[in-house]
Design a protein around this ligand. Structure first.
Ligand code: HEC
Length: 189
């Protein structure tokens, strides 16, 4: 059966038909489904928050908190600016700074700011408290822990970090970087 070749020979006179065939062949390969993993699984904390905090760097967090200062004061008795003053925020009731006009969403959240709740708020404030006026996302658990360690230091009576909990060996190994930081943790049990 030499017909296809013959046809190609007959139409292959350099008038563009060959190009058309090539395009059709290419199309035949276009639709193989690719398996893609979503980023969501990758963003999850490999270590418990207590472990991350025990290895966190408050001074590193202070540097990262420069960003927060565009909207918050961090010193004791500092004024409310775009956001409320953050001195002593760990352990403080949510939405409780006098004179700051909080959103209804944040006021409705209730309770007090723990390290864990702050971690979730910083990870994705709009996801954690839909309708809050703050829109911040810090994807990296160790960087959030640095910021949290710094926030925790902004107090006359710092709240102790939650106790480290090892989740399991495999996931713990994924976070060996965290072991390099010194033992700056002020508290813990
Ligand atoms: C672009 C402005 C902006 C930036 C940057 C920002 N925030 Fe906020 N933040 C706000 C606003 C506005 C609110 C009030 C939210 C509301 O009322 O819903 C807020 C609220 C908060 C609260 C709740 C305080 C309370 O009294 O309940 C915390 C905690 C907080 N921010 C932490 C941070 C930290 C930590 C950073 C830096 C890593 C940061 N924010 C960066 C604007 C900002």
């Amino acid at each position: 059966m030499a017909l296809p070749q013959l046809t190609g020979f007959l139409f292959g006179g350099g008038e563009g038909h060959g190009g058309g065939e090539a395009a059709e062949l290419h199309l035949a390969y276009c639709c193989v489904e690719l398996e893609t993993e979503t980023a969501a699984a990758v963003e999850q904390a490999p270590l418990g928050l207590g472990t991350l905090l025990a290895n966190a760097s408050a001074s590193g967090g202070e540097r990262r908190a420069a960003l927060c200062k565009s909207c918050h004061t961090l010193d004791e008795g500092g004024p409310n600016t775009a956001g409320p003053n953050l001195w002593g925020v760990v352990g403080r009731p949510v939405a409780s700074v006098d004179g700051y006009n909080y959103t209804a969403a944040l006021k409705a959240a209730g309770g007090a700011w723990t390290y864990d709740r702050l971690d979730q708020y910083l990870k994705n404030s709009q996801d954690y408290i839909p309708g809050t006026a703050m829109a911040q996302r810090f994807a990296k658990p160790a960087q959030r822990a640095d910021i949290l360690a710094y926030l925790g230091s902004l107090s006359a009576n710092p709240v102790a970090f939650p106790a480290p909990v090892v989740i399991d060996e495999e996931t713990a190994n994924a976070g060996e970087e965290a072991d390099e930081a010194g033992e700056e943790a002020p508290g813990g049990h």
